[in-house]
Design a protein around this ligand. Structure first.
Ligand SMILES: [Zn+2]
Ligand SMILES: [Zn+2]
Length: 369
């Protein structure tokens, strides 16, 4: 029986590298030799045990392989698989949807109520762990990943594995910018609140999609500098300056066409409130980041009504977003190295989790040899 190495999460702050037996490939499934993976905040939150349900599920059902941002090569397919074949380079599409509900039937699998996720990227964590122990479908932080055919995206060979591992997060941003970048007049003046990995990716994608000016907001100087390097026109330190005043000043008092809120954590509610104040009449505020938990927004009905502000929530991506992402990457319109570092070997996965979010660290990449 062939064996492979996987980074297994046993509980909070407890990842162990273990030799696993190769799962048999069933009809409708694809076996991928992983070559690169990238950490996502959703992985890190589970590692840090922020939600006690995660530790409970691991105790009840057994350990689990996290990771849903990955690139590799197909090595085996179920007999009825038609979209990929052994030797194809692929990226992971992490949503495992039911294929039958209203949303799946209407091209919105990212909203499927039954959904589960590769690496528990979506759906109930306990159910994802059960799926792993029942069918061997886990996550990307391993030498091999078995996934349903619908969870692989074929990528051209001129994209490297590292880029392939970034297709999922960048496609989320492409989805966000595509939804908001409409309206008449076309929305061209953009604010990005929070300049972490997904914030600076918004800067790059907005520019690639024709934004005239991008204003970035973040209290961390290093992140503001990076945003400027990646194409932002103005950056503001919201801990020093009133961000609403500064955005209004920068837009002749009109306000921004779109404000993307990518900031998480404690600042989030304030960021959304400020976003509604700094967006122009008829503009859009996009809620990109998930909240840490039970945070409720209190919005002024009349401000939304009289300003005709659109508040748009966005999660996941559609197949057309992945296509656009692959094109942006092929044309080198996204500086992936600026977002993905540092890069560690799979054997240092636990270190990757522990340094995530510290100064100078954006998204941590894992090389899988
Ligand atoms: Zn992700
Ligand atoms: Zn469904």
């Amino acid at each position: 029986m062939m064996k492979y190495t996987a980074a297994l999460l046993y509980g909070p702050h407890d990842i162990r590298l273990e030799e696993m037996e190769m799962p048999p490939v069933q009809p409708g499934e694809v076996l991928i030799r992983m070559r690169a993976a990238t950490l996502c905040p959703t992985d890190v939150k589970k590692y840090r045990g922020i939600n006690p349900k995660v530790a409970d599920a691991l105790k009840t059902h057994g350990p689990y392989v996290l990771g849903h941002e990955g690139g590799g090569d197909v090595v085996e397919t179920g007999h009825d698989v038609t979209t990929v074949k052994p030797g194809d380079r692929v990226a992971v599409q992490p949503i495992i949807s039911c294929g039958e509900c209203y949303y799946c039937q209407h091209d919105m699998p990212n909203l499927c109520p039954q959904m589960l996720g590769i690496g528990a990227a979506a759906g109930d964590f306990g159910e994802c762990v059960k799926l792993y122990h029942k069918r061997g479908i886990g996550g990307c932080f391993a030498e091999y990943l078995k996934a349903p055919e619908s969870c692989v995206i074929k990528v051209p060979k001129d994209l490297d594995y590292e880029a392939a591992s970034m297709i999922e997060p960048v496609s989320d941003v492409v989805h966000s910018v595509s939804l908001a970048n409409t309206g008449a007049p076309l929305r061209k003046r953009v604010v990005v609140t929070g300049l972490g990995p997904m914030g600076v990716t918004h800067v790059m994608v907005a520019k690639a999609f024709g934004a005239e000016s991008v204003i970035g907001l973040d209290p961390i100087q290093e992140r503001r500098n990076l945003a400027m390097d990646l194409g932002a026109n103005v950056v503001i330190d919201p801990s020093q300056d009133n961000p609403v005043d500064r955005v209004l000043e920068s837009t002749e008092g009109t306000g921004a066409d779109i404000v993307f809120v990518t900031a998480g954590g404690k600042a989030q509610v304030r960021c959304v409130t400020e976003a509604i104040d700094m967006v122009r009449k008829g503009g859009a505020v996009v809620l990109f980041a998930s909240s840490a938990g039970d945070s409720s927004l209190c919005l002024d009905h009349n401000v939304l009504h009289y300003k005709m502000v659109q508040v748009i929530g966005v999660v996941g991506f559609r197949s057309q977003d992945a296509e656009k992402t692959i094109n942006l990457m092929k044309n080198a319109q996204i500086n992936l190295d600026a977002v993905r570092g540092p890069v560690l070997p799979l054997s240092d996965a636990e270190k990757g989790f522990s340094i995530y979010g510290s100064p100078g660290v954006m998204k941590v990449g894992l090389d899988i040899n």
